[in-house]
Design a protein around this ligand. Structure first.
Ligand code: XMP
Length: 328
């Protein structure tokens, strides 16, 4: 399904509700025709891309769709709970929740290479779906929220996103990727036209491998927890300052090294928390947000005083290029 991986240069950029409605109409018809009476399983991370694919598929095939939310243990604080709440309560989706935290973290233990980490996460994702599918029986298709930058960067060998490069050879599902030729801004316009809530459509993007690519190097549970807590503080302060509506993506990275510090008159040897806040239209290039100094001081104070294991806060000043948005 959706055989072409190349966007026609003449394809009009979807910027209006009218263009989005035309896209939806065309794709709903195509999905109905191609899927027929078969069942589809969807990886529902709660991000914009998979949410839009879910809404499109619900519109096209209704209860033939089963959504699965896998908590890989690399979600942001409170996120899985929110996904369950929004999708079951607001959208009435047929949703299965799987807590696979231990499975993922055990497989990732000691693995420092970013591409290997991505591949492990991608392969484990598919395995979890496979198990759920065999419990459900009769699933033919796997829905995915792949978007165009994922394909371009995967072709360039820049990185293998879990939804493009990490599939094991023996996967028995056929892929359904209705937004794979769209850029992020177009996916949002389509989501809005589909009637998804603003909180979902304008949510900041979050990578499939989650905090896994922000807990740099080999992931440990204590460093991952420190990252999750520091990230929650940053998100809270962004929301308090109204920056959550202004900045495309803002998050914390915790690298795998320690430096000395001092707390309550005692020497500490802890990790730094790196803040990244960037603006972009399509994630192909990005500029750095010029954050207010008082705001930075507040965030620094909170993170260094509230998060065990963190004794410094740094700000990443690098645009894309030369840096990518994520650190891995
Ligand atoms: P980079 O780091 O390549 O990120 O500048 C561009 C955008 O893509 C997101 N990203 C990912 N999304 N799986 C995803 O689904 C991934 O492995 C992945 N890596 C990066 C990143 O957050 C940014 O929005």
């Amino acid at each position: 399904m959706y055989p072409s991986n190349v966007r026609d240069p003449k394809m009009v950029r979807i910027t209006t509700e009218k263009l989005a409605s035309a896209f939806i109409e065309e794709n709903v018809a195509y999905l109905r025709k191609e899927i027929g009476n078969e069942k589809v399983l969807l990886a529902l991370s709660g991000g914009v891309d998979s949410s839009v694919v879910a809404a499109l598929l619900i519109k096209a095939i209704g209860k033939q769709l089963t959504c699965i939310h896998v908590n890989h243990g690399l979600m942001r604080k409170g996120e899985s709970e929110q996904v369950i709440d929004v999708f079951q309560r607001q959208l009435g989706a047929n949703l299965i929740y799987v807590d696979a935290t231990d499975r993922f973290l055990d497989k990732l233990a000691g693995v420092a290479d970013p591409e290997k980490k991505r591949k492990i996460i991608g392969a484990e994702f598919i395995r979890v779906f496979d198990e759920e599918a065999s419990k459900l029986s009769g699933i033919k298709y796997l829905g995915q929220g792949t978007i165009y930058p994922d394909i371009l960067e995967s072709d360039d060998g820049i990185k293998s996103h879990h939804n493009v490069g990490g599939l094991p050879e023996d996967v028995k599902f056929e892929l359904v990727e209705p937004v794979k030729l769209l850029f992020k801004d177009e996916v949002r316009v389509v989501g809005k036209a589909l009637g998804l809530p603003d909180e979902m459509v304008y949510r900041q993007p979050f990578p499939g491998p989650g905090l896994g690519v922000r807990c740099v190097g080999a992931i440990t549970r204590d460093r991952l927890n420190a990252l999750r807590e520091a990230d929650a503080i940053l998100r809270e302060e962004f929301a308090n300052a109204g920056l959550d509506k202004k900045v495309w993506q803002y998050f914390v990275i915790v690298p795998d090294f320690k430096t000395t510090g001092i707390s309550n008159g005692k020497r500490t040897f802890d990790w730094p928390a790196v803040i990244r806040a960037v603006n972009t239209k399509d994630a192909m290039s990005a500029t750095v947000e010029e954050l207010d100094w008082e705001f930075m001081k507040k965030v620094t104070f909170r993170i260094t005083h509230e998060v065990p294991g963190i004794n410094r806060v740094l700000y990443d000043l690098t645009p894309k290029p030369n840096a990518t948005i994520e650190w891995e």
